[in-house]
Design a binder for this molecule. Structure first.
Ligand SMILES: [Fe+2]
Length: 220
């Protein structure tokens, strides 16, 4: 009977959610935040959160949907060159959408556990790999400070070995590594509040990191 139930459930859903990403009738959509824009203050101002979510992230969503429409057109025409030419756009906008969706989940107000240190297997893995949580944060901040221009630093898990590491990326984390914790080092993430003092932003963000979300990804 279970085999009969499953397709019914899929057909009934006009909105589906997968790994935090939401789609309505095949289109990517801007995910809701689990907290108010001002809830991460003083680490991240409400104005930055609003612009970052409502404007920047929405632009990635729109750009991704447009690129996918163009890809479908190119596929319908069997235009392989056009399909290949769309790859950078899909990487950029799809990567931006994916990264920001993960990023919002990586944050939480202090009142909802933001900044409370990790526990269990993730805490052990961080201690084993980096010496301590404090050392990990220092190394992550060094990686963030080393990004020239725009990009992200991530704590990732090697899908084959289970090992964790810090890596920097321009676009989405795909392939061998699974993204666990990402910090946005684009200027739009901090400039309105911190201007050129981005090291202060990288320091302050640890007060609102949602380690419970990172633990869940690590255990997946
Ligand atoms: Fe961003």
């Amino acid at each position: 009977m279970a085999a009969l139930v499953r397709p019914t459930r899929v057909l009934r859903a006009s909105t589906r959610s997968m790994a935090g990403l939401t789609f309505v009738r095949g289109k990517a959509t801007l995910p809701d935040l689990a907290y108010d824009y001002g809830a991460l203050e003083p680490s991240i101002s409400g104005k930055i959160m609003e612009l970052h979510h409502k404007n920047h992230h929405q632009t990635y969503v729109n750009g991704y949907n447009t690129a996918i429409d163009q890809l479908k057109e190119a596929q319908a025409k069997n235009d392989i060159a056009a399909q290949i030419a769309l790859k950078p756009l899909i990487n950029f906008h799809g990567g931006g959408h994916l990264n920001h969706t993960l990023f919002w989940e990586n944050l939480a107000p202090k009142s909802a556990g933001g900044g409370a240190p990790p526990s269990g297997p993730l805490a052990q893995a961080i201690d084993q790999n980096f010496g301590s949580l404090n050392e990990f944060q220092k190394k992550m901040n060094t990686a963030l400070a080393g990004i020239q221009g725009s990009g992200w630093a991530w704590l990732v898990k090697d899908k084959q070995t289970g090992n964790i590491a810090i890596k920097t990326y321009a676009d989405a984390v795909v392939g061998q590594f699974q993204p666990l914790l990402g910090i946005d080092a684009w200027e739009h993430a901090y400039y309105l509040q911190y201007q050129n003092r981005k090291a202060e932003y990288f320091q302050a963000i640890w007060d609102v990191i949602n380690w419970k979300a990172v633990e869940k990804r690590f255990a997946a």
